[in-house]
Ligand binder design. Sequence first.
Ligand code: GLN
Length: 204
Amino acid sequence: MATNPLVGVLALQGDVVEHVAALERAGAQAISVKTPEELARVAGLVIPGGESTTVMKLLDRFGLAQPIVERVRGGMPLWGTCMGMIVTARDVADMKQPTLDLIDITVRRNAFGRQNESAEVELLIPALGRKPFPAVFIRAPWIERVGPSVELLASRDGHGVMVRADNVLGTSFHPELTGDPRVHAYFLSMVEAARAQGKASSAA
Ligand code: GLN
């Protein structure tokens, strides 16, 4: 039997332990990633929620921005949740915020408004089956523009909140904060598929 894939959770800031636990519940081995050496070991990477301007600065300071971009362009699966999706987007609406530009979407930060800063919503995600997903939104971005190569997987009140383009997945919400393992399992199936095609390992 093949070994379980090793998946990393970027651990510069944000909800790291929850993702590590959820990935392990879904059947992966998971480690936190703070260095290029740790990044080189993993077959997939999660960028968790947190604060996107802070994390972009830390990615540069820890020498991780360029290695992540190279791995993802080489086929390694990447999943950004909330802040993680902002960091991977092509651009941020009405802001000159640097990003890694790994998926052709425009996001709007803190888009769901003050009265709705935090909410749990029963979200329909057809790719995960008919049962609605309990989606937790915390000062969440929405997806304002989706490029031609990007598949929109879910919307809330007419605004995109889950997207995929090849090996990059983005969610506005936080599946690591609920007991429903389906988005983590979906990401693991992307990692397994990349592994089967020989795309998930580091060239280093
Ligand atoms: N509001 C944060 C940002 O714009 C994201 C919030 C989160 O990741 N929960 O960076």
